[in-house]
Design a protein around this ligand. Structure first.
Ligand code: IPM
Ligand code: MN
Length: 362
């Protein structure tokens, strides 16, 4: 087994180092190999996703990814910006199924901006389609308008696009996931306006026939945005397209008050996956040793479960994280009165300690 480790930019290097440290104490049989990605790769090789990095990612069983991006690259041409690395990895590895859980940890209920009773026990799974939609649809570009409200004006356009098989496969991922949970799926679209969304809904209804034991409902994306803050616990598995999933998953993450806690997985059809924290590169706190490494550590747990077939090791990481939270250690992003503030490395050390203690006591 081989894990490609791609720390990226900003806090990426700090948090990934802690996740690798945690993986190391589990004493599992795999090798790791690191490579540059994002702005760091642009600086060294002139491209955010160099051939060598892509090759490593393709050949690995799983990719552990930190984060990419920094304001200082905002002026680069789009194909050279750090974000292109993650988009390129998704596209080239065919990582169409993005799992973004939003879980509210009991100890962190107070970190949310919502009332505790609305989010205590929250456990939503957003499944975002990741390789289609307006993110990748062609044609796209800039031109001079020949029609519309301002003929002759400069205009830009993107294409929202989905095919039936693309929707079918993400629908199956969502229904399969729901079977392991509460057997409910909410499909989110904008079928009152968009053709792609009408096809999305039609295909969801068709695939639902293969899953008579799972209940499917549909929600328009604007209403879903509202319901997520009004009554988030009504949701269980949410399946949606690339663009709506991008937005709703950030909203859902923030319900928990602690985006620094949330892992994610992006899988292809052979269960090869890329695992990354749901948060970004946070250039404002990079290099200060204060970032929360738990989302990345929990992403490593997802990696063990989904791609490396090591569910027990994944359980050990997850229960170690719970123990550390229960012991009152907090990085700045989840700190509250009465808890102990620690840095990135101390948090990683605490998880390692909780795991190794467990090994001794069985
Ligand atoms: C995410 C990010 C990316 C996306 C960006 C960095 C391209 O926001 O993973 O949600 O929009 O998908
Ligand atoms: Mn996003």
């Amino acid at each position: 087994m081989k894990i490609a480790v791609l720390p990226g930019d900003g806090i990426g290097t700090e948090i990934v180092a802690e996740a690798v440290k945690v993986l190391d104490v589990l004493d599992l049989k795999f090798e790791t190999e690191s490579a540059l990605v994002g702005g760091a790769a642009y600086e060294a090789h002139g491209h955010p996703l160099p051939e060598s990095t892509l090759k490593l990612a393709k050949e690995a069983d799983a990719v552990l990814f930190g984060a990419v991006g920094d304001w200082k690259y905002d002026k680069l041409d789009r194909p050279l910006r750090p974000e292109q690395a993650i988009l390129g990895l998704r596209k080239n590895l065919g990582l169409f199924a993005n799992f973004r859980p939003a879980i509210c940890y009991e100890e962190l209920v107070g970190a949310s901006s919502l009332k505790p009773e609305l989010i205590a026990g929250l456990d939503i799974l957003i499944i975002r389609e990741l390789t289609g939609d307006i993110y990748f649809g062609q044609p796209r570009g800039r031109r001079v308008a020949t029609d519309g409200h301002f003929p002759g004006a400069e205009e830009a356009f993107d294409t929202m696009r989905y095919s039936r098989p693309e929707i079918e496969r993400i629908a199956r991922v969502a229904f399969d996931a729901a079977r392991k949970r509460s057997k409910r799926v909410t499909s989110v679209d904008k079928n009152n306006v968009l053709e792609t969304s009408q096809l999305w809904k039609d295909v969801m209804l068709d695939v639902a026939k293969e899953y008579p034991d799972v209940e499917l409902d549909h929600m328009l994306v604007d209403n879903a945005a509202m319901q997520l803050v009004k009554a988030p616990k009504k949701f269980d598995v949410v399946v949606t397209g690339n663009m709506f999933g991008d937005i709703l998953s950030d909203e859902a993450a923030m319900l928990t008050g602690s985006i620094g806690m949330l892992p994610s997985a992006s899988l292809n059809s052979s269960n090869q996956g890329l695992y990354e924290p749901s948060h970004g590169s946070a250039p404002d706190i990079a290099g200060k040793g204060v970032a929360n490494p738990l989302a990345t550590i929990l992403s490593a747990a997802m990696m063990l479960r989904f791609s490396l077939n090591q569910p027990e090791a994944a359980d050990r990481i997850e229960s170690a994280v719970k123990q550390v939270l229960a012991s009152g250690l907090r990085t700045g992003d989840i700190w509250s009165e009465g808890t102990k503030r620690v840095g990135t490395r101390e948090m990683g050390d605490a998880v390692v300690a909780a795991i190794t203690k467990k090994t001794i006591t069985g």
